[in-house]
Design a protein around this ligand. Structure first.
Ligand code: ADP
Ligand code: MG
Length: 313
């Protein structure tokens, strides 16, 4: 068995790369220098075994996802992530697990230039929390509250893939295209896109609890309503093939969680410019004055959805 201090020094101590992360792991607290005219963004997320991930999930994927979910929050503000803190609770000091977990975590951290600057390690049920710090130019963060009547509602990437994987795992389905598992376990936080959208988006959120649930958060914060159109929902070719009829795939896209795509509103005039960005963007509806969210089919008829998304309480 190895001790807490050994776990920290062996797996979680790395030199910081950004000069602004002045002090990292090893003291009672880390120090970040905030550059002039910037603001610090802070976000925390927790993943608990049995709640957020299935028992025996691959530890490399867990390391990735622990960080990815917090990076996604920074992306949704239009910010640049710079540093992270990691709180790790595990029943034992399983070296193989720790090694794979730290590899998954640092592979993603390095890809985004994020330093691990501190954390906490304790013994207990498997639970993982990450705090991410990001920078954004003063007063330029994209909030949930900025949506305007007439804005287009857009989403990045495709929706429903992770929810499909969750369903297949719950039903113990033997054959599943690995594409789905990868979308569930190793989501790509839209960090680049979030920053590119910052000058154009009126409101933005990352989709973690399902499109309907998260879009409604924008609507409530902005005191507006919306219509979205089911034929416009971006479905991956994999989902279209695996999940038939269309209504099933549509439900996954509307109400399934864990997509970690961005949902944002923009004035129509910016759409063609944003369509040229490397990440695919799809317009799915419009912000309206009348409060509430209407989901419409190809004939403009209103669709009723029974289960709208994931909620903890
Ligand atoms: P304290 O008891 O003062 O909170 P700890 O012994 O818990 O200090 O942690 C020592 C140092 O190691 C601190 O800098 C802390 O931020 C860091 N640390 C502890 N656990 C982790 C972890 N899992 N990942 C990254 N840094 C960690
Ligand atoms: Mg501590």
């Amino acid at each position: 068995m190895i001790r807490e201090q050994d776990i920290i020094s062996r797996y979680f101590t790395r030199k910081t790369r950004r000069a602004s992360n002045r002090l990292g792991v090893g003291d009672d607290a880390a120090i970040i220098r905030i550059p002039a005219k910037q603001e610090l963004l802070l976000s925390i997320d927790t993943l608990i075994e049995g709640v957020h991930f299935f028992k025996s999930t691959d530890p490399f994927a867990l390391g990735h996802k622990t960080l990815a979910v917090s990076l996604s929050d920074i992306a949704a503000m239009g910010g640049k992530p710079i540093a992270a803190l990691l709180s790790l609770s595990r029943p034992n000091a399983d070296k193989k697990w720790l090694k794979a977990f730290h590899q998954g975590f640092f592979t993603l951290a390095e890809a985004y230039g994020v330093d691990l600057i501190g954390g906490d390690t304790c013994q207990g049920p498997l639970s993982l929390s990450s705090v991410v710090q990001g920078l954004v130019p003063q007063n330029q963060a994209v909030l949930r509250s900025g949506a305007k009547v007439g804005d287009l509602i857009c989403v990045s990437g495709s929706l429903g893939d992770a929810a499909y994987a969750v369903q297949a795992l719950k039903e113990n389905r033997k054959k599943m295209n690995p594409y789905f598992l990868n979308r569930l376990q190793q989501p790509s936080p839209r960090v680049e896109l979030g920053q590119r959208l910052r000058p154009y988006a009126h409101a933005m959120i990352d989709i973690s609890d399902g499109l309907i649930t998260d879009l409604k958060r924008i609507l409530r914060a902005s005191h507006v309503g919306a219509s979205i159109y089911t034929p416009q929902l971006p479905l991956s070719s994999e989902l279209k093939e695996a999940s038939t009829p269309f209504e099933k795939a549509m439900k996954l896209a509307l109400a399934g969680g864990d997509d970690y795509e961005l949902c944002f509103t923009i004035p129509e005039k910016h759409l063609s410019r944003l369509k040229r960005l490397p990440t695919p963007i799809t317009c799915i509806g419009k912000i309206e004055k009348k409060l509430g969210l209407l989901i419409r089919d190809g004939e403009n008829k209103i669709v009723k959805i029974s289960q709208e998304g994931y909620e903890h309480f």
